[in-house]
Design a protein around this ligand. Structure first.
Ligand SMILES: [Zn+2]
Length: 403
């Protein structure tokens, strides 16, 4: 019985039989007889010596585990040499088809984790991981030169190299470009020295060590403080005041205030009736908390106004100064502490309004990593996690080519 079906990846093969046995699909194939070159003497030959049947695992077909029964022909040469025919079905000493290996390679990069991918291919996690290690570095297009605007942020990869890594991203597109093994000034500096000759702007969280690494490696790029990171100082200050003040509340209010603490952080005009009621209740009990809350609101309004297109830098700067004065007048120590940090980063903060770049997307990358880590063992290794994250983004844009 002969089939005239062409199977992708097996275009060459002649299917001699296909059957379903105990839920598995078995396809018998052979290749057309062809002149072969003797590996020993180099002469051509088409003398068939014998056939051997090789059972090879193939990709699932029709949702069934599929095996190829490859009737592999052996040729003989006039010189006496016997050798198997050339084929694109299976490599020597392999139990899986070339097609299977390629498909697995694609799935281990795209898939959520190794476990599901391994199950889908009826193989072990160890095989899936080995396959990933084998092919992934070949796929990754390493960044040779960083773009003009980059973002640097802490990255919680939690790998064998340590809990925190550093992520370098394109701040204009949000695309991750690299993950460095650790946060040391040396690591960041060396990396930027190698690849940063085109960099003109750097968006970063407010870490002095990043700033120093950037300055040492790149000279005088424009440094931009990330909005989320500098706003956080004000929200932290309010939180500290709330915790200090609520200790004096009665037990009920103390517990409830803690539970309802989000009402302090939400923009005032976005509060529901119920939330406003709670907010009023707590602000009435402490003049200081009320004052801290008003400072947060005036910071927020300054921030929203400054963010708007067309905001004049002189006004943005003036607004920040006014806020500093309000803080000093209030005498609330948590806020005075916070504006000390803001003052140290004032140029970088103002730059964030002048240029409009943020690191906001890094948060998304961090969350994605959490998902990868939760689902998979095997990503404790820094090099593997790095490849997984970078490749995932590379292929999200371009798709995976079969190689
Ligand atoms: Zn020969």
């Amino acid at each position: 019985m002969n089939f005239n079906i062409i199977l992708p990846g097996l275009e060459d093969a002649i299917i001699t039989k296909a059957e379903e046995i105990k839920g598995t699909y078995r396809v018998h194939i052979k290749l057309p007889q062809r002149v072969q070159q003797c590996p020993e003497c180099g002469n051509p030959t088409n003398l068939v010596h014998d056939y051997r049947i090789q059972r090879i695992q193939h990709l699932k077909m029709f949702e069934r585990d599929t095996y190829l029964f490859y009737h592999k022909r052996r040729y003989r040469c006039l010189c006496g040499k016997r050798f198997p025919e050339k084929n694109k079905v299976v490599e020597r000493y392999q139990r899986h088809t070339i097609e299977w290996n390629q498909a697995l390679g694609i799935r281990v990069i795209q898939g959520k984790n190794f476990k599901d991918t391994a199950a889908q291919f009826r193989t072990s996690q160890a095989t899936a991981i080995r396959r990933f290690d084998h092919i992934s570095s070949g796929y990754l297009k390493e960044v040779k030169e960083l773009p003009k605007v980059i973002a640097i942020d802490e990255y919680k990869g939690d790998t064998n190299e340590g809990k925190f890594q550093v992520i370098i991203a394109n701040a204009q597109t949000g695309e991750p470009l690299d993950i460095l093994p650790n946060r040391s000034v040396e690591t960041v500096k060396n990396y930027l020295r190698q690849k940063g000759s085109h960099v003109e702007m750097v968006v970063m969280d407010m870490s002095y060590s990043f700033k120093s690494a950037v300055k040492q490696a790149l000279g005088k790029p424009i440094i931009i403080a990330d909005r989320f990171h500098f706003c956080r100082y004000i929200y932290w200050a309010l939180d500290r005041v709330r915790r200090r003040v609520q200790k004096e509340f009665n037990e009920y209010d103390r517990k409830k205030c803690k539970i309802m603490r989000h009402v302090f952080y939400k923009p005032q005009d976005k509060l529901s009736k119920k939330q406003s009621w709670y907010l009023e209740r707590y602000l009435k009990q402490s003049e200081e908390l009320k004052c801290a809350y008003q400072l947060k609101e005036s910071f927020r309004i300054w921030f929203e106004t400054s963010k708007k297109n067309g905001a004049l830098m002189a006004e943005v700067k003036e607004g920040l100064k006014t806020f500093y004065n309000q803080v000093i007048e209030s005498g609330i120590k948590e806020f005075i502490q916070a504006i000390k940090t803001l003052k140290n980063w004032q140029i970088e903060i103002l730059n964030s309004f002048a240029f409009g770049y943020t690191n906001g997307f890094v948060e998304g990358l961090n969350n994605q990593t959490k998902v990868i880590k939760r689902n998979a063992f095997g990503f404790k290794r820094y090099d593997r996690l790095r490849l997984r994250v970078l490749l995932h983004h590379q292929f999200k844009v371009k798709g995976i080519p079969v190689i």
